[in-house]
Design a protein around this ligand. Structure first.
Ligand code: ADP
Ligand code: MG
Length: 234
């Protein structure tokens, strides 16, 4: 074990085939992330942030090189094993919330638990706890359409957190939020990071996100140009 690094990436390359041509989205990526980090991949649009997050989340494979997440080698995971890794240990938060409109807040947040072996009373307890973390327990019976953007994103953070995953990946989570809601959500994430030791990895070019990060991994044209820690890990 290498100082409890739960993510290890070595000489990673990602190339997308583009008809006759190829697009190199990531090149020579080398980095490790420890349990409990609150870090972000930052850089301009098109620099490869989402591609890197998707590989860490076992949604995509590297073209070359090595990526290991929680002891699993991403390049050799079967689809079933990749799904299991995601279902058990990775929570996703997206810019557009991705809530299911026909379901209530309760049902949206319960969804990830249905993939795990858990009885109904336990699921209910965990959903309520997650909604409480995000300060939206009173919205439990609402539909997403009855909520503001900030509340919807808080539901999606609750959905990502409800199973208490090791890793939460948040891709441009504040892109559709005003400043007040962005800070509210980020402060709650900082608290969850501290209390539950969840590892948070953002992809963002929003300075509101960047100011909360304890480490910035800067991407430029698919390469890491800077990897800077702001303060020691707690
Ligand atoms: N599925 C894909 N097929 C082809 N090219 C892609 C695909 N996804 C991303 N790209 C390209 O890879 C580069 C990095 O994209 P992305 O990871 O989405 O960047 P970011 O999230 O930083 O905006 C961009 O040039 C983008 O157009
Ligand atoms: Mg992106």
């Amino acid at each position: 074990m290498e100082n409890n690094h739960i993510i290890k990436i070595k000489d990673l390359v990602k190339i997308y085939p583009m008809g006759m041509r190829k697009l190199t989205a990531l090149q020579d990526i080398n980095l490790s992330i420890k349990k409990g980090e609150f870090t972000g991949v930052v850089g301009p649009s098109g620099s490869g942030k989402t591609t890197l997050l998707n590989i860490i989340g076992a949604l995509d494979h590297p073209t070359k090189g090595y990526a290991e997440v929680l002891g699993h080698k991403i390049e050799s995971l079967t689809d079933t094993k990749a799904a299991k890794l995601r279902n058990q240990n990775v929570g996703f938060i997206f810019q557009s919330y991705n809530l299911l409109p026909i379901y209530s807040v309760y049902e949206n947040v319960e969804l990830p638990l249905l993939l795990l072996d858990m009885d109904k009373p336990k699921r209910r307890e965990m959903v309520k706890e997650a909604l409480d973390w995000l300060g939206i327990l009173d919205k439990i019976d609402s539909k997403p359409s009855q909520l503001s953007g900030g509340e919807r994103q808080r539901v999606s953070v609750a959905r990502a957190m409800v199973k208490r995953p090791e890793i939460v990946l948040a891709d441009e989570p504040t892109a559709n939020l005003d400043s007040k809601n962005a800070h509210n959500i980020l402060e709650r994430m900082v608290k969850l990071n501290e209390e539950l030791e969840t590892t948070f990895i953002f992809a963002s070019h929003d300075h509101k996100v960047i100011q909360y990060l304890r480490r910035q991994i800067v991407l430029e044209d698919g390469r890491v140009s800077e990897d800077e820690r702001k303060s020691p890990d707690h």
